[in-house]
Design a protein around this ligand. Sequence first.
Ligand code: NAD
Ligand code: MG
Length: 391
Amino acid sequence: MKQLTILGATGSIGQSTLDVVGRHPDRYAVYALTANTRVEPMADICRRHNPVYAVMGDQQSAERLEQLLKGSATRVIAGEQALVQVAGDDDVDIVIAAIVGSVGLLPTLAAVRTGKRVLLANKESLVMAGALFMDEVARHAVELIPIDSEHNAIFQCLPNGFSERLSQQGVTKIVLTGSGGPFRELPLDEFDSITPARAIAHPNWDMGPKISVDSATMMNKGLELIEACWLFDIGEEDVEIVLHKQSIIHSMVAYNDGSVLAQMGKPDMRTPIANALAWPERISSGVEPLDLVKVSQLDFEVADEIRFPCLALARESLRQGGTSPAILNAANEVAVASFLNHRIKFSDIPTLIENTLQHIDAHSADSLDIILADDRRARAYLQHQLERMSA
Ligand code: NAD
Ligand code: MG
């Protein structure tokens, strides 16, 4: 019986994970669930899964949850330190890192440093602190299994795993596929009028609001490029990004003998989650079988960096190295939140990120303190710019 901590249990990935876990009560028990402020959905999943711990983002939400769970054995705690505690607790075997954004970094690192199997959805951790994060993974011999669908697909297309260098396995290229989001074909002169509601309505995937906007700007693919380079220890020049509107092929690995391995399936995150939970075994996930005749066609197109400037910004920050990707990520988080709050236009997102990258100097990413300091500087700079814009 494996004991699980799910960081970000009320989110889209959290809910999909609980759905898979609920199908295998003989294999998995829920040790801890965490959420930010959504008390009612948290109470609901706590009643169903009876965790030992429930962690809320703040004390007030914790008190409300405690009232709703009166009579249950679940202990309710709150705050960042509590997240770190349930991620690193001795009783835990597997941590699912499904908090959105930079808040996920410290608890995910805590799971790595205590040698858990880590199922990584929180790509922002790797974008911010890739070198340091992967050093810790190696030091603690952690089984780090990606559940981002592209990276999980690549993982599945590497029969020898990714502990051995990809070049030694004959890998010549990784092909990251992306749907292109809701605005793949929208005339460019209509980008200024895109509303948050339209941006989060993804054609193929049902996801949280932040990653949905990232998919619409394709910053998501940019973050995934950075994530892939760290996870698989490969240079950005060996990663190709291809648009694939059906979201059936989740990514591919090309080999020196001409073989290209692809992982396919319905666009449903329960597949990569089940793969990562049970690896190297396979378990059922509740995902419908793929009917290729019904899909009938698989299309591929070039990813256009004029339509999607965030792709070029992400590549550039990776080339710059050091804390540049952390600055990119921080600026993106602030810009996306402002867009979701109707404070800026959709087309302001890449402009503001570029502006932040130009004004905030990157440093060598030697320590967590340096990374977090540049993250804070980028946020403060962009907040200031936003205040000036609205003044
Ligand atoms: P979501 O918005 O649906 O859920 C986010 C979760 O994080 C919630 O449980 C929320 O309570 C928690 N959270 C948010 N802010 C917090 C804070 N300050 N403190 C503590 N907890 C906080 O997001 P999601 O779509 O499930 O995405 C989660 C992560 O997984 C992201 O990093 C995303 O990039 C990645 N991811 C998601 C998908 C997907 O299909 N949804 C696919 C690939 C990767
Ligand atoms: Mg993805």
